[in-house]
Design a protein around this ligand. Structure first.
Ligand SMILES: [Fe+2]
Ligand SMILES: [Fe+2]
Length: 310
């Protein structure tokens, strides 16, 4: 399976798009009222648009094949925010070149089936060739995009929750579909990337801000394997791993693409994953680019190499 072709995936997350549109009073009932207050009190300063624009300009100068966005594109789920986010995504790239999974802020309040993050549905579609890998009955998520022998599986962990809760959940149907897809892709020797907003770990305060069915996801990844798991949500640069029957799976969390350094969270970054098939396995190099201060130029901040056996 040796090939000279390298596939490069760019990974952005937690856009928290600025500016916030001016809401009508009736739109600020319940959870949105608190979120709106928090945005203007502090979050607006933490996610200045100029950092995001600077990061995207740098990204577009790098060689890459596809962009993955792992959620929290908007803030309090106003209809105008979803429209602005759609325009921003369209400027980032075409729906064929950009994949998006939603985060908890994209499901801030309950929305209709054609509302909210569903307005970005064209960025959350499966590829034409994905059908043979899908279960007989499946929903919009997971979606599956294929790029040669590299597969990107997009999961939605976005669920509406009560104020101050930022938890996520996949649900049984999505978990079962993921299990099926990972098994099918493995038989055909794909490099399998799983992307979701929440980290796939069972951690402290799980009910408040974690993935509520993380144990189920960890069990699926352990049994079926994957070559890479990507997430956002924590706004931190995290490189961890999950055990699987086949090999350890690198699990990589990217910081927010718009964040100014805040408490223990770093300034904005994005990641590039360069994937190539070697004699006996997959080589993946992670390069992290970003800023360390608001006015600093964008530069390479970190680089790691990973190897997964066929
Ligand atoms: Fe976020
Ligand atoms: Fe989040």
């Amino acid at each position: 399976m040796v090939t000279e072709k390298t596939f490069t995936l760019a990974h952005l997350s937690d856009i928290h798009l600025d500016p916030m549109p001016r809401p009508r009073l009736r739109q600020l009932a319940g959870k949105r009222m608190i979120g709106h207050f928090n945005w203007h009190r502090s979050r607006k300063k933490i996610h200045p648009r100029k950092i995001l624009d600077k990061l995207v300009t740098d990204l577009k100068q790098q060689p890459f094949d596809h962009i993955a966005v792992s959620g929290d594109v908007v803030n309090i789920g106003l209809p105008e925010e979803f429209d602005n986010a759609k325009k921003w995504l369209e400027q980032l790239g075409s729906p064929q070149n950009v994949s998006v999974v939603p985060g908890n802020h994209d499901a801030y309040v309950r929305q209709g089936n054609d509302q909210g993050f569903w307005r970005w549905q064209q960025f959350m579609h499966s590829s034409k060739g994905a059908m043979p890998f899908m279960p007989a009955h499946h929903d919009n998520f997971p979606f599956l995009r294929l790029f040669g022998k590299v597969a990107l599986v997009g999961l939605s962990s976005a669920i509406p929750t009560a104020p101050f809760i930022a938890a996520g959940k996949l649900g049984q149907q999505q978990a079962a579909a993921l299990e099926h897809i990972l098994g099918q892709l493995d038989k055909e020797g794909y490099y399998r990337i799983v992307m979701l907003h929440h980290p796939p770990f069972h951690e402290k305060a799980q009910w408040m801000h974690g993935l509520r069915d993380a144990r189920k996801l960890m069990a699926i990844l352990h049994d079926r394997g994957a070559e890479l798991v990507l997430h956002g949500h924590t706004h931190k640069h995290l490189i961890r791993s999950l055990p699987s029957k086949k090999d350890d799976i690198p699990v990589i969390g990217v910081p927010s693409a718009s964040q100014f350094k805040h408490r223990h969270k770093p300034c904005a970054r994005y990641n590039l994953y360069r994937i190539s098939a070697k004699e006996d396995g997959w080589q993946m190099t992670l390069t992290s680019r970003g800023v360390t201060e608001l006015a600093a130029p964008i530069k390479q901040l970190d680089q790691h190499s990973f190897f997964s056996k066929y």
